[in-house]
Design a protein around this ligand. Structure first.
Ligand SMILES: Cc1cc2nc3c(=O)[nH]c(=O)nc-3n(C[C@H](O)[C@H](O)[C@H](O)COP(=O)(O)OP(=O)(O)OC[C@H]3O[C@@H](n4cnc5c(N)ncnc54)[C@H](O)[C@@H]3O)c2cc1C
Length: 469
């Protein structure tokens, strides 16, 4: 009888464990931290709700308005006209716990444990012995235990230990940094069903920065490639400054950082070990989307295990597991390529970013983008639309050269008048002077007073950034 360990109880691991347990396969799902709040924007596409049978209760907000903001602060509104269409915003601690518990309810053995090392057997073919610290007791260090299995699904994210054990090879990572900021009610109301994306060298030389609404706060963050890692705090300051009039008197309640894979690992299946989700490297370029692809890859990998093992009657081979890779690459290879090209073209410099935002004003571009994001389907476009998009790209690019700013400015407030803002800034300046003179400034945490905490203070048991393990 086949025994499978799924290491990592995020979306990829839980969705793999769910399929395996449902098929009656002996499955252990390891999660080091059952209340893990993965640093994440938490945006999920609409199709995921139905495809993964997600209850509405785990979706904090249904966003049907997006605002794209260019380097020169040109704001383009994108609205989903159909009220049934939305981008779901989730808290990962709620989302992940739901998927994990569902797998456990279906029969997976949920282990609150940190897998520390793996003996992989001759030629990494197994059987595999996992050495783990079991945290189900009260001790901080956990009780050291072992478990022998025939097959491992590595769903343990960007710092994957399974990837190390199987010698999967490295990948480049981007670094994402995010602050959770609680806003006064007027400002929070503005973000009720709206997410903002900012582009510009000031907020990210490689991707975009975001203000995403959560249930009682906004997630404000940015990402950049590993080579620009040293810039990350400056870039976060950039997004806080650009959005400062909309995050007025926001209180930083959490600071977090995490690596995001930029491409798949060189080897995703070795022996009877298969990687899924971030461990494999399935985050898309341009959008930095990974939740759906994590869940989907976990499911597809597990479905292959179920089929190849005859519902757990025999142990699948490396060749069997590689069928999952073939199917995955066939289904999503083109999507990853297109998004990589878009990233290279539109995030390369400020004129290109101006052009990108301008293009997003076009209804055809909006429909195309939303359909491919919300439904994960390639939308066919007719020759006229192709011609229009090509002309639009060139035109927007040329105009982008003229509009790209030499200096970045904060976007105006969305809920207060200029006069009101001026009065607030004057009061803030006075409070700062009073503070500098030893008096008690009466205002809350301002954008530049909240220093990011080191990763170690964010409550994780594991190192947050790649290369620090
Ligand atoms: C700041 C930021 C914002 C993002 N925003 C979005 C977004 O809005 N939308 C989107 O789609 N994607 C977003 N992503 C990407 C998304 O978070 C990931 O792609 C997704 O979480 C991958 O899921 P996963 O299950 O593969 O890995 P993870 O979610 O990383 O889960 C891995 C799990 O394994 C556990 N684990 C790790 N090591 C061990 C071990 N040795 N033993 C036991 N357990 C272990 C961890 O505790 C964790 O729960 C964002 C990423 C970042 C960093």
């Amino acid at each position: 009888m086949l025994r499978v360990a799924v290491v990592g109880g995020g979306p990829s691991g839980s969705c793999a464990a769910e399929v395996l347990a449902k098929a009656g396969i002996e499955t252990w799902l390891f999660e080091r931290k059952l209340d893990n709040a993965k640093p994440c924007g938490g945006a999920i596409p609409l199709c995921m709700v139905q495809e993964f049978d997600l209850p509405e209760s785990i979706i904090d907000r249904k966003v049907n308005n997006m605002k794209m903001i260019s380097p020169s602060n040109r704001e383009v509104d994108i609205h989903l006209d159909n009220p049934a269409e939305y981008i779901g915003m989730c808290r990962r601690e709620v989302f992940d716990a739901f998927l994990r518990n569902r797998a456990a309810d279906l029969g997976a053995h949920l282990v609150n444990g940190l897998v520390q090392s793996i003996d992989t057997g001759k030629n990494r073919q197994g059987p595999y012995t996992l050495h783990y610290a079991d945290y189900s007791g009260t001790g901080l260090t956990g009780e050291l235990k072992t478990l022998e299995v025939d097959l491992i699904v590595g769903a343990d994210g960007a710092n994957s230990r399974v990837a190390k054990a199987m010698d999967a090879g490295d990948y480049n990572v981007a670094i994402a940094f995010q602050e959770r900021i609680r806003l006064p009610p007027e400002e929070m109301a503005y973000y009720e069903d709206l997410a903002e994306m900012y582009v510009g060298t000031d907020v990210s030389p490689d991707f975009y920065a975001w203000v995403f609404p959560k249930y009682d706060h906004v997630a404000v963050g940015t990402g950049t490639m590993q080579k620009n890692q040293s810039l990350i705090k400056g870039l976060q300051k950039g997004i806080r400054e650009r959005a400062s009039n909309r995050l007025l008197h926001g209180e930083v309640i959490k600071v977090e950082a995490h690596p995001i894979p930029e491409h798949p690992r060189p080897r995703r299946v070795v022996g009877r070990m298969a990687l899924v989700g971030d461990a494999a490297g399935y985050v898309t370029k341009s959008s930095g989307e990974g939740i759906y692809f994590a869940a989907k890859s976990g499911r597809m990998c597990a479905e292959e295990i179920v089929a190849a093992s005859g519902h757990g009657a025999r142990i699948p081979t490396e060749k069997d597991l590689k069928v999952y890779l073939k199917k995955w690459d066939k289904k999503y290879g083109a999507t990853y390529k297109v998004l990589e090209i878009l990233q290279n073209v539109f995030y390369s410099n400020d004129p290109a970013r101006e052009a990108f935002v301008e293009m997003c004003d076009d209804k055809d571009v909006q429909r195309l983008t939303f359909d491919s994001y919300l439904y994960k389907r390639v939308v066919p476009i007719n020759p006229w639309q192709t011609l229009k998009l090509t002309l639009l790209t060139f035109g927007a690019y040329l105009r982008g050269q003229a509009f790209a700013p030499s200096k970045y400015k904060p976007v105006p407030s969305a809920v207060r008048s200029e006069v009101e803002m001026a009065a607030i800034h004057a009061a803030d300046a006075a409070a700062k002077i009073a503070g500098a003179n030893g008096l008690d400034p009466s205002h809350g945490v301002s954008a530049d007073s909240a220093e990011p905490k080191p990763a170690a203070e964010t409550g994780e048991r594991e190192p947050l950034l790649a290369g620090k393990s």
